[in-house]
Every structure is written in C-alpha cells, then in structure tokens.
Design a protein around this ligand. Structure first.
Ligand code: NOJ
Length: 529
C-alpha cells in the first residue's frame, strides 16, 4: 500500500507560552521554538503543531484571536514565523498551525465592526439573536451575551470574549479560506482545527456539535483550501464517535485527514460536574473505547492517537495511579505508536513531565478553571472541595513551563514564568535524560526509530488490529496483522507484574528485558509471524 505523507507523521504539540522563552519575559516564544528545532528533530518528530501564536488578548491562552495574520508580540514577530518555517523546512519538519475559526476574540476587527450596527458588513459574521435561550457555555454560565446598544445577544460557546462566528455567512467562509491559503502559501504544512465540529451549530435547537451543514462546510473548505496541496489536517471533535469519524475522514468525502476523539477521556467525567469530578479510572472501560475505535471502519477513516494535550491533565497522572510516572509515559506512547493511526506527542510527554503542586487558588490562571471556581461554589461545594476539584483537573496542569534542565524553573526562562513550574523539574528534565539510555527520552527516540522502519511502518499504519485480553484489568494487549506478518503488543497497565504470554518468541522491541513476568508499565513487542 502506498503510504501518504500525512499518514506517516509523528506530530509534536507545542504550547508556545510554555515551551521555551528566549527573551526572559517569562513567556515562551517563536525564537524559543526555533532554538529547540534540533531537539525535536533528534526526538524523531516529523511535524510540529503549535497552539495559537496569533495576535490575541489572551483571555483563553491565545484561542481568542484578534488577527489571524499577525503573530502576537509576546510570541515574536511575523519575521520570526518566517524564520521558523524556513528552519523547520531545512530539517524536514512540517509546521501545523492552530486554526481557531469557530470564534474570534471580541477584539477582532470583524467583531468591533459588527458592534457598530446591524447594517455593518461584519454584523452577520457573528451569531445574533433578539432573545437568549438556555444554551450553556463550555466555560460555565450562559452562552449568550447582551449588547445593550444593539438590543441583541451574541453567541459565545466559550468565554464571552470569544464571540462565535456565523458559518452560515458565505462571505465569512470566503475570508477564512483566504486566510488559510495565505498561511499554506507561506509554507505552513497544515492545520489543527479547533472545535471544528461546532461550525454547523444550530443554537436555536441547542445543537452545538455535528450540526446540519457541518460537513458541507468542511467539504467546501477542502475544495477551496486543501485540494491539490499536500497539506495536513486534524480536527478537534469532542463529539465524534467511531462512526462520525468516517464522515470527517473517509478520503472519498474530502474533508479532513484525521480527528481527535475524546471519549476515552471524557467517559470518566461525571454527569453533573463533568471534568471536575471524574469517576475512578477503569482500564477495562478505557480499552473498550480505544479498541472499539481501532476496529471500527479504520479502512475508511484514520485515527489520531493521543493521550495528552494542553486541555487535559496528563494521562500518566489521571490513568496510571500507583505506577511510576516515567515508565507510564513510555507505556502510553508505545500504545499510541502501535495502534492504527498517527501518534501525537504533547510537549513534556517525552520526558515524563508531571503536574505543578498548586497551593492556593491564585496560582490557577486558566479562564475555564477560574470560571468554575465560582460555578462550583454556586453549586454548593465547599471552598476546600472546589480548590481540590479544580487544581487536580484544570488545564493549567498540562501547561506548565517545559523542563529543560535543573536550573531555576527548569531552564524555561531567565525571568519569572507565567505559570508555576512542575513540582519535580530538578530531576525530571531534558538535560538529566538525554544521556541516560534508560530514560523516557531515550525510549521515545528508540521507539520512533523502530516504528518508522520500512518493514514495520506499513503494518502499523494498515494492519488489522485484533484486541486481546479485553477483560483483563491489568494488560493492554493486541495483535497487528498485515499480509503474512503478525506482531503481538503487550503492556502491563497496572502497578503489579503480569505474566508474559509470549516468552521465548521473537522479541522485536521492549521497554524492559524479556522475562516470564512483565513489570508495571513494561511494554514488549513480539514478532509472532
Ligand atoms: C479547544 C482548545 O483546545 C481549547 O484550549 C480552547 O479553550 C477551546 N477550544 C476554545 O477555543
């Protein structure tokens, strides 16, 4: 089978505020990223997705864009972006930008114009109603904001400073496509598409995801932007199940390459308090979701394999209680690499980074978390309980400054970082791991090199996936079968040793030496045929 370029990528996600600060202002920037391109190349990643770095009032970490064509001064300049594209190209690394087009910032010129009156050309770029309904915002509270001067409400599915764009308006759509083409023409490799499933929203029916015209818009976008280009696209789709994934990613439908699906994580959220009060982790439930995803229509669709991103607490902490965090990081990445699909690494996974230890409410900065400090109190939880719920589950956990070495705050910045550094940066950092053969970093490098080998890659990308031991509360195991080849993958997803079913067979790769027992988090990959 012919492997397409986008299929074989190993994507590394950078949250630019927290990756590397080059000028000592405590905020990561593009020059910081440029200075670390060799590190990313050496790791084996082939593309970088950069969370938004465009002009923004930063009410939502840059996911509130006020100018799609300018780099925000805290991250650098447009010239820095040109340099990043050039330097990345030299290293054969693709740059994937974050496309946030469900909404803009309220400071975007379109919204500022829209506020001038109903006759303004840009008024209809947003979603307005005479009356608000009960639709809720993802960040807490109602999704409608009243503008007295217009006697109308505008929709904001996220913060009130993030007004929703009206995708029913063809002029808006044309402007977005033009902007996407502008960046692709500049040499950008593609886009990670923020909450793309919301584009077809039908707020009067309380429908936010998978609305009536969603797929028409995506097909139109494909035709006007992606057609004829070798570009990469991944959509963020919280509501996508294994069947709707086909709608987005069946190549014949010409929409997107792949989508992020979140039910593996969100299935543990509670009915009433969502992410703030998750139920205990259950490996069998996790496998049910991930295995189902792997066996459903993967010949007509494509998977994005990920555990972490800038919105989720690290999976080594949520899912691997009682296990060694660093060993858990190796195990999770091995699963991502051997499932069908494209693996994503979130910055810090490759060194097994952990969370900060929040000591007081003021240390938490994220807009969603701060809104919920209030919303949860209003629901009757005590101040102590709210602090615990929010500090354990908030998005700041994944957004900590990256730990490069053991100097102050992990060598991220010479200034004061915008967010607290992880609690153990002195021992968990790149410098400490880079020359250690047993480190997470060395493991990631070896694993990537192994997966990308000519005789392994087709099997990982196109082989059948056969789940094993679905009811086991401790192993994560499956076969991959392609033509006359078969490999067996087993990971010990538990704190205690398990028996190795394939001892004595041809071991291809492992995070631990072969033995009768596999220690906690150990991964072994065998050739069975
Ligand atoms: C999803 C992004 O990943 C998240 O960080 C952001 O807050 C929302 N979309 C709104 O843009």
């Amino acid at each position: 089978m012919n492997i397409k370029k986008w299929q074989k990528q190993i994507v590394y996600q950078i949250y630019p505020r927290s990756f590397k600060d080059s000028n000592g202002d405590g905020i990561g920037d593009l020059k910081g990223i440029i200075s670390k391109l060799d590190y990313i190349k050496d790791l084996g990643a082939t593309a970088i997705w950069i969370s938004p770095c465009f002009a923004s009032p930063m009410k939502d970490g840059g996911y509130d864009i006020s100018d799609y064509r300018s780099i925000d001064p805290i991250f650098g300049t447009n010239a820095d972006m040109d340099e990043l594209l050039l330097e990345a190209k030299k290293r054969d690394i693709g740059i994937i930008l974050d496309l946030v087009v469900n909404h803009t910032s309220d400071q975007h010129v379109w919204f500022q114009e829209a506020l001038k009156g109903k006759d303004n050309h840009y008024h209809d770029y947003y979603v307005w109603r005479k009356k608000a309904n009960t639709l809720g915002s993802v960040f807490g509270g109602n999704a409608w904001e009243y503008v007295p001067a217009l006697d109308e409400y505008y929709l904001h599915l996220f913060a009130k400073e993030q007004p929703d764009l009206n995708w029913e308006n063809p002029k808006l759509r044309e402007d977005i496509y033009e902007m996407m083409n502008y960046w692709l023409d500049k040499g950008v490799y593609g886009f990670r598409m923020d909450v793309i499933e919301n584009l077809g929203k039908q707020p009067d029916l309380l429908i936010t995801t998978n609305g009536e015209h969603l797929h028409e818009y995506l097909q139109e976008m494909h035709q006007k932007v992606y057609e004829g280009r070798e570009a990469f696209s991944v959509g963020e789709c919280w509501g996508a199940d294994d069947h709707t994934r086909i709608l987005y990613t069946d190549p014949d439908r010409k929409e997107l390459n792949m989508v992020f699906q979140f039910s593996f994580f969100a299935q543990f959220w509670s009915q009433k308090n969502g992410k703030w009060n998750p139920s205990p982790f259950d490996l069998i439930k996790l496998k049910e979701v991930l295995f189902h995803k792997q066996i459903t229509e993967t010949k007509r669709s494509w998977n994005a394999n990920f555990w972490d991103n800038h919105d989720l607490p690290r999976a080594t902490i949520s899912f691997c209680k009682g296990m060694d965090r660093k060993e858990a990081s190796k195990m999770l990445f091995a699963i991502s690499c051997f499932e069908q699909g494209t693996p994503f690494i979130y910055q810090g996974d490759e060194i097994g980074m952990g969370h900060p230890l929040f000591l007081k409410e003021e240390e938490i900065v994220d807009v969603e978390a701060r809104n919920n400090l209030t919303c949860l109190r209003d629901q009757g939880f005590s101040k102590e309980d709210v602090f615990k719920m929010v500090s354990l589950n908030c998005r700041d956990n994944a957004r900590t400054p990256f730990s490069w070495d053991s100097t102050k705050d992990g060598g991220f910045s010479t200034g004061t970082p915008w967010l607290k550094a992880p609690a153990d940066y002195q021992t968990c950092n790149v410098e400490a791991e880079k020359n250690d053969e047993t480190s997470v970093l060395s493991f990631f490098k070896k694993l990537i090199a192994f997966r990308q080998k000519e005789d392994i890659l087709p099997l990982v990308l196109f082989g059948d996936f056969i789940p094993l031991a679905e009811d086991s509360p401790s192993s994560f195991s499956f076969l991959r079968v392609y033509k006359d080849q078969e490999i067996g993958f087993i990971a010990n997803f538990s704190p205690s040793p398990i028996t190795n079913p394939w001892e004595g067979k041809e071991l291809l790769f492992g995070s631990v030496p072969e033995d009768r027992y596999i220690p906690s988090c150990g991964v072994l990959i065998y050739r069975l045929k």
